[in-house]
Design a protein around this ligand. Structure first.
Ligand SMILES: Nc1nc2c(ncn2[C@@H]2O[C@H](COP(=O)(O)OP(=O)(O)OP(=O)(O)O)[C@@H](O)[C@H]2O)c(=O)[nH]1
Ligand SMILES: [Mg+2]
Ligand SMILES: [Zn+2]
Length: 357
């Protein structure tokens, strides 16, 4: 495969040129407990990180994720094994806040063009969840598309399509069935030479089934969702990129239980353009849209042109994003302190031969 078929562009070439070392570009196709699987002009490679890269990483986001471009050096006697020396800047990436209490960014897919947000038309259907995915997708730099899966199980498709349209303005929405193949061909236009698509959504919504259906063979494992318990779900356990036979790359991801926001407050202006453009017409610039006089948002709710639920979501995300910004500030202070500590520790010890090589 040539590099452009793998998604390489001038954006990466310029970074590569500025490095000035003789390193090979490769793209991360999978990361699991055994290491990194990479795709390059030379074919499939197995990568390990240099200690330097790992040591310099202040956050998990500074380490390579699936879809990332890295610069590598092959081992002399085993050319398919490589050492990953540099991580190139991303042109887009989908992030969430790492699950749990830690304030850190987790990159779920890097250098992507389109994000298929998959939501089932069965019991899984949940507008709030789609809203959450959309907010993060708009912040990623890639274009979101909503896929409503399992259309074969749905009896009120028009109603659900309409509901999604009210929260996903300007976003393409496709009902599809990975089982019958209905609507799958409509997705092919998002793929093409050098283009990268990723699928995101809860476990069991049919992400791997959709990819297999697009590919025409069972590339990824799929399995039945068992009742309402969570066991038997999470069939896909690693993020992995596959090559489409007609060009393009597609990343399968494990279903997510938790999607905590990792975005700027400005991301609200894209996914909640309806609320924000109304808010511009409120009498007070700092209107909280609660009981203030001259509140255009409240007026719209009374007139029936804006849903009360939509405002609730907006206010909830606004609070979450403010909270995240505060947590990020605290974390940044901690990181700075740790950096200084590490640096002074480093300066005290004598450099070894390895440091100097
Ligand atoms: N009825 C129906 N079932 C489907 C459809 N798509 C997938 N399924 C079934 O749903 C179950 C889960 O599908 P998967 O493709 O494994 O789901 P997933 O989103 O990849 O799940 P994780 O890998 O756990 O995140 C399987 O039993 C599929 O056969 C569909 O369009 N209609
Ligand atoms: Mg899967
Ligand atoms: Zn207002």
């Amino acid at each position: 495969m040539n590099l452009s078929e793998l998604g390489w562009s001038d954006f990466f070439q310029e970074q590569c040129d500025s490095v000035g070392e003789k390193l090979i570009p490769a793209r991360v196709a999978r990361q699991d407990t055994t290491g990194y699987q990479l795709l390059a002009e030379q074919g499939e490679l197995l990568g390990t990180l240099t200690g330097k890269l790992r040591y310099a990483a202040e956050s998990r986001a500074d380490l390579p994720a699936v879809g990332d471009w890295v610069l590598v050096q092959p081992l002399v006697n085993e050319p398919h094994k490589v050492v990953m020396h540099r991580l190139l800047a991303r042109r887009s990436s989908f992030s969430r806040k790492e699950a749990g209490d830690k304030t850190d960014e987790q990159i779920l897919a890097a250098n992507i063009d389109t994000i298929f947000i998959v939501c089932g038309l069965d019991d899984n259907f949940n507008l709030h969840r789609i809203e959450r995915y959309l907010l993060l997708a708009w912040d990623s730099g890639a274009t979101p598309v909503v896929l409503l899966s399992k259309s074969d199980l749905c009896h009120d498709l028009d109603k659900k399509m309409e509901a999604v349209a009210t929260i996903a303005m300007g976003v393409d929405i496709h009902p599809i069935s990975g089982l019958t193949g209905d609507g799958i061909d409509n997705l092919r236009s998002y793929l093409g030479k050098g283009v990268t698509v990723t699928l995101l959504g809860s476990s069991g919504v049919g992400k791997s089934t959709i990819i297999n259906s697009l590919l025409g063979f069972e590339r990824f494992e799929t399995s039945e969702v068992r009742g309402s318990d969570d066991k038997g779900r999470h069939t896909t356990t690693f993020r992995e990129m596959a090559i489409m036979p007609d060009g393009g790359l597609i990343i399968d991801t494990p279903g997510m239980r938790e999607l905590q926001v990792w975005a700027d407050e400005s991301s609200l202006s894209q996914s909640f353009d309806d609320v924000e453009s109304l808010a511009e017409r409120c009498r007070y610039g700092d209107c909280a849209h609660k009981n203030e006089p001259g509140c255009a948002v409240k007026d719209a709710i009374e007139a029936g042109t804006l849903d009360q639920d939509r405002l609730k979501s907006y206010l909830r995300f606004q609070r979450e994003l403010k909270h995240l910004a505060a947590q990020q500030q605290v974390q940044a202070r901690l990181d700075r302190k740790n950096r200084v500590k590490r640096f002074s520790k480093m300066m005290k010890r004598r450099p070894s031969k390895r440091d100097l090589s």
